[in-house]
Design a protein. Structure first.
Length: 168
């Protein structure tokens, strides 16, 4: 006697029962869905996790927004890139990731958009400075680097906070 589990569909099991005697092993609904998903190639259903439910953690969403912004940057759609980066910064702030290195990268991208797209020196320098305050060793993203942007990036400096002088 052959033992198998009826994971895919009842109809598939009915076909196999006609050929040979079959003992059906009961399995959980999640396991059936996982096996069925694996059979049809839908890996997203294979593991019942937050990802399978359509939820992403803030870090993944911020990375996705940065990627979309870089696509807008590459196609010279600077307004769209600016919107994606502003959303990424807002999401980081709400998630308590203000000092995260990913947030520093977002500021680098935002500075590049302000400089390349809008020729706004002041905002670009503010963004580059903010990125360097979060992560002093940060560099320009190679995909967007130009000599002109490199010069602007190097103008941004991180000055250590000065302690007030004690009265004499």
């Amino acid at each position: 006697m052959r033992v198998a589990s009826c994971l895919a569909t009842p109809r598939a099991c009915a076909r196999t029962q006609a050929r040979r005697p079959l003992v059906v092993v009961a399995v959980s609904r999640v396991a059936r869905l996982a096996a069925f998903a694996a059979c049809i190639g839908l890996a997203a259903f294979a593991a019942p996790s937050a990802l399978a439910k359509g939820k992403k953690n803030p870090r993944d969403k911020i990375i996705e927004l940065n990627k979309k912004a870089l696509e807008g940057y590459a196609t010279e759609n600077y307004d769209e890139a600016l919107d994606f980066l502003a959303s990424a910064l807002k999401m980081a702030r709400e998630a308590g990731m203000d000092d995260d290195k990913l947030n520093a990268r977002t500021y680098v991208h935002l500075g590049a958009v302000y400089w390349t797209g809008f020729r706004n020196n002041e905002k670009a320098l503010e963004c580059f400075t903010q990125a360097k305050q979060i992560r002093p060793d940060i560099q320009l993203t190679p995909a967007i680097e130009t000599p002109e942007l490199r010069t602007m990036f190097e103008l941004a400096t991180v000055e250590p906070e000065k302690e007030p002088l004690a009265p004499k």
